[in-house]
Design a protein around this ligand. Structure first.
Ligand code: SAM
Length: 296
């Protein structure tokens, strides 16, 4: 009898108690108004989709995709990964593309909360790793406030994927003691990277710039103004780990001109440092990444 209660009735009782405490705290009335609240609370998995090639998904991510009720994904998630979602699982595109948010972050948070309140098992699929420039904490804060349990599954960040698929070793001990991940942020001086520190440490440190493609010229100028060695090698990696991966190399003084001459669509990473010159001759065709369907 007790076992029966634990398995069947207890989750509903717990869900009802949780909802009661949320209501009495007056929380999320806006979301709750629009939501069909279920007595059984759902759960949200914030999952890293990796940088492209579906075979770079973790087994945990793959399993969660198979057992989800609904998957919310954004533009960075590669089609090969989307092909791993079974047909019966609902998909919602919440596409965010640098600056062009087709769904504002606040709405994404509200949607996650409302699906959780409906009792759904949700996978929030994010490109790369959820901890790297992915605005995960806005989502987890909303979920926590709403009392919806969540977990985070790591993914391969674009820098790691690009390193492997181009052969650029981010911390080759011959020339790099450390690696720094930054975003190209120029608008707000308070949030800008410390350009002179980057210029100075570039002698023995690799810098990987996320979201830097459109600002490549400004980025190079900032670093040259800050005194970086103008011959320091730079690589721009477009669509790393995808079928159409491209790599453009040059120096900090000419990379923006070289990229302007190429057809680079993004997403792209900029790697700055001597490691670009230590590139290994990897044969990415051995990784057999050019397939259409997930073969896991
Ligand atoms: C909002 S950030 C998200 C980063 C992601 N969470 C990660 O860990 O890779 C988006 C930026 O990541 C980089 N990026 C993501 N996927 C990429 C890929 N396959 N190739 C190159 N750059 C990529 C680009 O700089 C892009 O503008």
């Amino acid at each position: 009898m007790n076992l029966l209660f634990d398995k069947i009735a207890a989750p509903f009782v717990q869900g009802a108690l949780r909802l009661q405490s949320m209501f009495s705290a007056g929380y999320l009335s806006k979301v709750i108004d629009k939501t069909e609240v279920s007595a059984r609370i759902g759960e949200v998995f914030i999952v890293g989709a990796g940088p492209g090639d579906a075979e770079l998904l973790t087994m945990k991510a793959y399993r969660l995709l198979q057992t989800a009720d609904v998957v919310l994904f954004d533009w960075l998630v590669d089609e090969s990964v989307l092909n791993c979602i079974p047909r019966h699982v609902a998909r919602e595109f919440v596409g965010k593309r640098c600056g062009q948010h087709s769904m504002p972050q606040e709405k994404i948070c509200e949607r996650l909360v409302s699906l959780g309140l409906e009792g759904k098992r949700v996978v929030r699929l994010k490109g790369g790793d959820p901890a790297i420039f992915a605005r995960t904490s806005e989502e987890t804060t909303a979920l926590q406030k709403a009392g919806i349990p969540f977990a985070i599954v790591p993914g391969i960040t674009a820098a790691s994927g690009a390193s492997a698929y181009t052969g650029i070793p981010l911390t080759d001990r011959r020339c790099a003691k450390s690696v720094r991940l930054i975003t190209a942020q120029f608008e707000n001086p308070k949030k800008q990277a410390d350009w002179s520190a980057i210029a100075k440490s570039s002698v023995h440190e690799t810098t990987v710039v996320y979201m830097g493609l459109k600002k490549l010229k400004q980025l190079s100028e900032k670093l040259m103004d800050a005194g970086i060695d103008t011959s320091i090698p730079v690589a721009v990696i477009d669509n790393a780990c995808c079928n159409d991966q491209q790599v453009i190399t040059g120096s900090i003084s000419d990379i923006s001109e070289r990229v302007a001459l190429a057809t680079i669509k993004g997403p792209a990473l900029v790697v700055i440092g001597q490691v670009v010159a230590c590139r290994q001759a990897v044969s990415i065709d051995l990784l057999d990444y050019s397939y259409e369907k997930c073969t896991l």
